[in-house]
Design a protein around this ligand. Structure first.
Ligand SMILES: NC(=O)c1ccc[n+]([C@@H]2O[C@H](COP(=O)([O-])OP(=O)(O)OC[C@H]3O[C@@H](n4cnc5c(N)ncnc54)[C@H](OP(=O)(O)O)[C@@H]3O)[C@@H](O)[C@H]2O)c1
Length: 359
């Protein structure tokens, strides 16, 4: 079955891999683009990731604008979309509350409204922190009654990006429930490069971690031996998202996309360091101390890390039985995370580190 899809965030890391996967299967995809003049570049990237660029079309628009800034003609064309994938977000640390809400919360509500109005299935990307209920309660969110959340207080605790992702989740659920829309939410952990090629764009959190290790800025492992940075490879994530979109039993469901074979942070750093011939740190630095140090701007600049990045390093373990059962049911094989981490380290070194040394 070949269908039409609408994708926001299609120019981003996960989005490009999603476009490659969907187009390779023969689906037609319209992509919300703030800069539609970059369609040729996006098509080239989709082809290089194994997709079929001729099935990708641009739709000019912006999550921050009313009605997503869509022209009447594009709004009409989008009505044919069977599935709307919402990945678009401003993904960065240190965002203001105002800006992160405008893009990530209001943008998500606009996309949900559009999907519900035209009866498309909405597949939305959340984040794995939404499946950590103890964490949510700690920062003042009761998932059973999100309406009572003091959002300004949440933003003060977790920053603009994470706060807006959490708020967007509950706001979107509300829109979809009021409009009786069909939605599936996929919650990825930190995304690792492609399991075979290691492809990952610069600016992703894992790239920053690898860069810091190679540049000697990570002389101690943040946290304790129990701390880990849960990962999921981009190819496995995208396969799960696509399977969710076309599985009727996933309407109204949420899926945690996280590889519980991700080692603890110390071992992860060792796996990154090994193919690059670097030494990895053995000693630990308490997260609280590191966070405090990162509150001092010159140190944060030198260490090339923002305190918000540390929130994703934690000790919580998650039940991954549902995602494993789901993957099995759809014949999706989970890649070896160790190999994927090493391929990502090689990719980052070849494309972002070795080249910057040459300059
Ligand atoms: N990567 C991870 O580790 C991770 C983990 C958990 C959840 N997520 C979530 O997964 C989604 C995709 O992440 P990613 O890593 O692929 O992010 P990314 O590479 O930073 O891509 C972000 C995408 O959002 C688009 N965008 C940003 N602001 C926009 C606006 N105002 N209007 C329209 N589009 C806008 C960008 O378009 P432009 O090309 O115009 O900038 C880009 O396509 C996000 O919702 C993120 O929160 C990511």
């Amino acid at each position: 079955m070949r269908v039409e899809c609408f994708v926001t965030g299609g120019t981003g890391f996960i989005g490009q891999h999603l476009l490659a996967n969907l187009s390779a299967q023969g689906h037609t995809i319209r992509v919300l683009m703030r800069r539609p003049e970059r369609l040729a570049e996006l098509r080239g990237q989709v082809d290089s990731l194994g997709g079929n660029a001729s099935r990708i079309f641009a739709v000019a628009g912006d999550l921050e604008q009313d009605n997503l800034g869509l022209s009447r003609a594009d709004r009409e064309a989008l009505k044919r979309a069977k599935v709307v994938f919402h990945l678009g977000a401003h993904f960065a640390w240190g965002l203001s509350v105002e800006h992160s809400r405008a893009v990530n919360v209001e943008g998500a509500k606009r996309v949900a409204q559009l999907a519900a109005e035209q009866k498309s299935r909405l597949v939305m990307i959340g984040g794995y922190m939404l499946k950590d209920h103890r964490h949510l309660q700690r920062i003042g969110i009761d998932p059973g009654s999100p309406g009572s959340t003091d959002w300004p207080a949440v933003y003060r605790k977790v920053g603009g990006y994470e706060g807006s992702k959490l708020e967007a989740h509950f706001a979107t659920l509300e829109v979809m429930s009021a409009q009786r829309g069909e939605m599936t939410i996929v919650h990825p952990s930190t995304v690792c490069g492609h399991s075979r090629t290691g492809h990952i764009p610069d600016g992703q959190p894992l790239v920053d971690l690898i860069r810091n290790l190679v540049q000697g800025k990570l002389s101690a492992v943040p946290g304790t031996p129990d701390h880990w940075l849960p990962l999921v490879t981009v190819d496995y994530l995208v396969e799960l998202m696509v399977a969710c979109a076309f599985d009727p039993t996933m309407a109204g469901q949420e899926l945690l996309a996280l590889d519980d074979q991700t080692p603890n942070l110390r071992k992860l750093l060792a796996q990154v360091a090994q193919p690059l011939g670097f030494k990895s740190p053995k000693h630990h630095i308490p997260l609280r101390l590191l966070k405090w140090l990162l509150g001092i701007a010159p140190i944060a600049r030198f260490l090339n890390t923002k305190p918000e990045a540390l929130d994703f390093i934690q000790t919580t373990r998650f039940d991954t039985t549902p995602v494993e059962q789901f993957a099995k049911r759809h014949g999706i094989a989970k890649p070896d995370i160790r190999q994927a981490v090493q391929n990502t380290a090689r990719f980052v070194n070849a494309y972002y580190l070795a080249r910057s040394k040459e300059r």
